[in-house]
Design a binder for this molecule. Structure first.
Ligand code: ZN
Length: 412
């Protein structure tokens, strides 16, 4: 893969040995040159030469001296994580959340922009540019040469090779050339990934998926999607469609989905559809604190309010979320039987009801799993919370820095 030269940002010079050494320092540092040579089986002169190059480019620094059994103490090496930066952007159907982080994905600053509908490809691209400009303006102390690039976690179906958002149903947009636009505007390397896949990547690097080879990260918010990791690699499928579990049919007689089909998981368990179901039942005379919370205007009803009411003990909302958990449990049982993950990590606004939803999901999986192991598949909440997708976007650039193969081939 030829790396396009982008003058303004840190040069992601790649060679197998360079990445190997850099990643060794990241995972094992502080570490000595001798230990790197021993562990990577590279010759000491090769290690010395590459380490010198890494120190010259400031990405690696010498740290305190290590232990020695007699003789001179070896000089230890660490990644200069606090002096290099990545921009991450999470694009949902309603907002653009951008962050600038160090190489440990520690957030230094963020910008949040609401998306006002309707949008066009051009207006969305200009919102993306504005959010990056604002972030750079707010952080003038940061040397642009030390920004590795921009990672984008994008709602919908994404062509990761060409950096194009092929279809963003929540924005009603198609074929948005995000990578091309941001690269030419900011002269930085840009990588794009679907948002649920980004969440999975974030959890794999810094969250509950750390060191787990096979797991699934499920985002349940305005829509539903999954990032599937098998043998430490994100599954993309033939045309970037894998993980679209929101459009798995759960009930052929169910409500109409945004995709045009009936009874999709999304049409039963995504935030706006839960609110729609609540509204219909309340109109029929069910009692709930939601009526007071919305000032008797049920058009104000949202998934968020339902979570709040449930957490305050509202029986109607608890029942509604348990029912939602059952639908999700059915969908996830199907997924378990296809992918057989060791765990399922849940994120997104709907999961903020916590155990009310999670217990119902677990009960359903334990009823429907084919084997004892399938029934006992772990289901847990994301460790990174609302930051999971944006941290995942940052990880897209970390993959670029620390691994030589194409992105996602080795994420751990
Ligand atoms: Zn659908």
């Amino acid at each position: 893969m030829t790396q396009k030269l982008l003058a303004g940002s840190f040069q992601l010079m790649k060679s197998l040995n360079r990445s190997l050494i850099l990643n060794k320092i990241r995972t094992e540092g502080p570490i000595s040159r001798a230990e790197i040579a021993k562990q990577t089986k590279l010759t000491p002169p090769t290690v010395s030469n590459i380490v010198k190059e890494l120190i010259d480019s400031d990405i690696v620094i010498e740290s305190n001296q290590g232990e020695s059994r007699g003789g001179r103490k070896p000089t230890m090496l660490i990644i200069n994580a606090k002096n290099f930066f990545v921009i991450g952007i999470d694009v949902s159907p309603t907002s653009i959340y951008s962050v600038i982080t160090n190489l440990n994905a520690g957030i230094i600053d963020s910008v949040f922009i609401d998306i006002i509908h309707p949008v066009t490809n051009e207006s969305l691209l200009s919102l993306l540019s504005n959010s990056v400009k604002q972030l750079l303006n707010q952080n003038k102390q940061i040397n642009h040469e030390h920004i590795l690039g921009i990672g984008v976690a994008m709602h919908g179906i994404v062509d990761i090779e060409n950096g194009i958002a092929i279809y963003a149903p929540g924005l009603k947009l198609r074929n948005i050339p995000i990578k091309e636009h941001l690269e030419s505007e900011f002269n930085m390397t840009v990588k794009i990934e679907n948002d649920a896949n980004s969440m999975a990547l974030g959890e794999a690097w810094f969250g509950n998926g750390y060191d787990i080879g096979d797991f699934v990260c499920v985002n349940v918010g305005q829509g539903i999607g999954a990032g599937i990791i098998i043998n430490g690699k994100l599954l993309h499928g033939n045309e970037f469609l894998s993980g679209e579990i929101g459009h798995m049919t759960i009930d052929i007689d169910g409500p109409k989905c945004s995709c045009g089909n009936y009874g999709c998981l999304e049409a039963l368990a995504a935030g706006p559809y839960i609110a729609e179901r609540a509204k219909k039942q309340l109109v029929m005379g069910e009692e709930s604190m939601l009526i007071e919370m919305t000032d008797n205007n049920l058009d104000q009803l949202t998934g968020e309010l339902i979570n709040q009411a449930a957490l305050q003990g509202d029986q109607f909302c608890i029942k509604l979320l348990k029912q939602t958990g059952k639908y999700l449990g059915i969908g996830l049982s199907n997924l378990i039987h296809i992918v057989n993950p060791s765990c399922i990590i849940m994120g997104g606004g709907v999961t903020k009801s916590g155990d009310i939803l999670l217990d119902s999901i677990k009960d359903t999986i334990s009823q429907r799993g084919l084997t004892d192991q399938a029934k006992a598949t772990q289901v847990m909440l994301t460790k990174l919370g609302d930051q999971a997708a944006v941290i995942g976007a940052v990880c897209l650039m970390l993959v670029e820095l620390f691994f030589t193969e194409s992105p996602h081939k080795n994420i751990l």
